[in-house]
Structure formats: C-alpha cells, structure tokens
Design a protein around this ligand. Sequence first.
Ligand SMILES: [Zn+2]
Length: 133
Amino acid sequence: MYSARLTEFTMHEMSIAMSLIEIATTEAARHRPAVIRAIHAEIGELAGVEIESLRFCYEAARANTAAAEAELVIRRVPGRGRCAACGREVALPFLLAVCPECAAPGLELVSGRELRVTSLAMDDAPEGALEGE
Ligand SMILES: [Zn+2]
C-alpha cells in the first residue's frame, strides 16, 4: 500500500533528522550558550535516505531546539566500490554485489553509506538569552 510505505519512509527520515539535531545540540551545549546557524552533514547516495523527505522532517524536528534556525547543509557522497579480484574502483549508483567490470563477486564498498554530521556553524547566544543577565 502506497500510503503505508510513505509513512514508513517518513519515520525513517524523521529519526535521522532527530539524530542530526541531537548530535548538533549536544555538541553546541558542550561549548557555551550558542545558537546553531548551520548543520553540515554528509549523506551517502547509498545510505538509503530520501533527501527531500529528510529536509521536510528536519524542518519539523528543529522547532524549539538550539537548532531552530539552523540550516541543514547536505553533501552527497557518491557510491564507490573496489573489486578485490581486478582491483578496479568503480562508481556505484546503486548497491551491486558483483564487479561491473569483471563480474567477480565480493565488491567492497568504498563510499556511499555515509550518514554523519561533519561540522557545525555556531554563534554566541545573544546577551539577553543568557540566564541571569
Ligand atoms: Zn572486478
């Protein structure tokens, strides 16, 4: 059923969006009162993440957090694999079990499964926002 599938995907992207925000707000809290301006993330093309859905979920999940105004900056990492048999490195637009060059099995994934926060852009919180000031 299409609607059930849609919900399933959205739940997946919502949990990823909440994880990204949690990582960012936890990191921001370790430093000083800060407003997060941007969350930079790497998301592999083979990570199974629907980017439009993730952006939609992110908009909803960031409300009332230290990342409420933070832009989500996504860098897509292309899928690449290396063949143990012929040694070639090949582009993987989707997951393959066999080498597209020599058809040997056991293709090793080099990149494309990334799902991580790479950096944060932060500003000091405005004076008025600090407790007791
Ligand atoms: Zn090969």
